[in-house]
Design a protein around this ligand. Structure first.
Ligand code: 48F
Length: 264
């Protein structure tokens, strides 16, 4: 068989456009393909929930591939290990209750499992705004190519509709900040705004992240490090159990909201 260069170009363009059009009306749209966002996507897609992630960077994984200070290892505790076991990611017990895993195996496996479960991940696309309707409920995301903002080009964005949005954008908690800054929206935090993360304290940060993973504004759930940043809990460095557990919790909360929407 002779390879035709134009056929290669056609199939890439056609296949991408088909999937992008499909992604324009979803149950759950997630901003950020870090460990929390991809874990949430896996647990949602596994339940048949139509899920899409938009990731600003060329690669997925957020802070996970870099491990701790570029030592590409991650640590998880017992509860986090259970999720890694579910993903079939290898771990080794270092000391009682401390498990170590290869950060690249972890990222690539979670990404693969999320996609194979049916979630769609679009890299190189940034969430630059939210879409609102009555009562300022979040009803979708406003997207642009990351290259547009990197080049400082004046190009208008496109929009997708989602029944639920998850902010899994990490420390910057970008979607929650958009809600506060552009809608003047009152988040369900003690200040009504993004409280801001506290300095490193793994023990507390890992516990509070589960409680912080919730609907923070109508139609908007916050997950992962963004949840601790929004609610003013500590950061926790290269222990990643909390990110995985938060992703799983975000999926559960999203499913509860989707069920409420269905009956109302
Ligand atoms: O930062 P990130 O890994 O967030 P996470 O899933 O996990 C946090 C840990 O990596 C680490 C930690 C562990 O204890 O504290 O920091 O909560 O992944 C967030 C992803 O979101 C993307 C960003 O490029 C990264 O890959 N992102 C951020 N803002 C946007 C975005 C945006 N506006 N649009 C699209 N993607």
């Amino acid at each position: 068989m002779q390879l035709d260069d134009v056929t290669i170009s056609k199939v890439i363009t056609e296949s991408f456009m088909k999937d992008f059009l499909e992604a324009m009306e979803v149950d759950v749209a997630i901003g950020g393909a870090g460990p929390a966002g991809m874990t949430a996507a896996y647990y949602l897609a596994r339940e048949g929930v139509k899920t899409v992630i938009f990731e600003r960077q060329l690669r997925v994984g957020g802070g996970m591939p870099g491990g701790g200070m570029m030592f590409n290892r991650i640590v998880v505790q017992e509860e986090g290990k259970r999720i890694l076991d579910e993903f079939d990611i290898q771990t080794r017990e270092y000391e009682k209750g401390y498990y170590i895993a290869d950060s690249l195996e972890a990222v690539s496996t979670i990404c693969s499992k999320a996609i194979k479960a049916g979630a769609r991940i679009f890299n190189l696309i940034s969430v630059e705004d939210v879409m609102i309707r009555e009562d300022d409920r979040i009803t979708g995301l406003v997207l642009n190519w990351s290259a547009v903002s990197l080049a400082g080009l004046h190009v208008d964005p496109l929009t997708i509709r989602a029944k639920v949005v998850i902010d899994a954008s990490g420390h910057a908690s970008e979607i929650c900040r958009i809600v506060v800054n552009k809608i003047g929206g009152k988040l369900r935090t003690k200040t009504g705004g993004v409280v801001g993360e506290k300095p490193m304290w793994a023990e507390v940060g890992e516990k509070e992240i589960i409680e912080n993973t919730k609907e923070v504004y109508p139609g908007l759930i916050v997950a992962g490090m963004a949840a601790n940043a929004v609610f003013g809990s500590p950061r926790m460095g290269a222990i990643f159990g909390g990110m995985l557990l938060s992703g799983k919790r975000a999926a559960e909360v999203a499913i509860e909201i989707l069920q409420q929407i269905k009956v109302s």
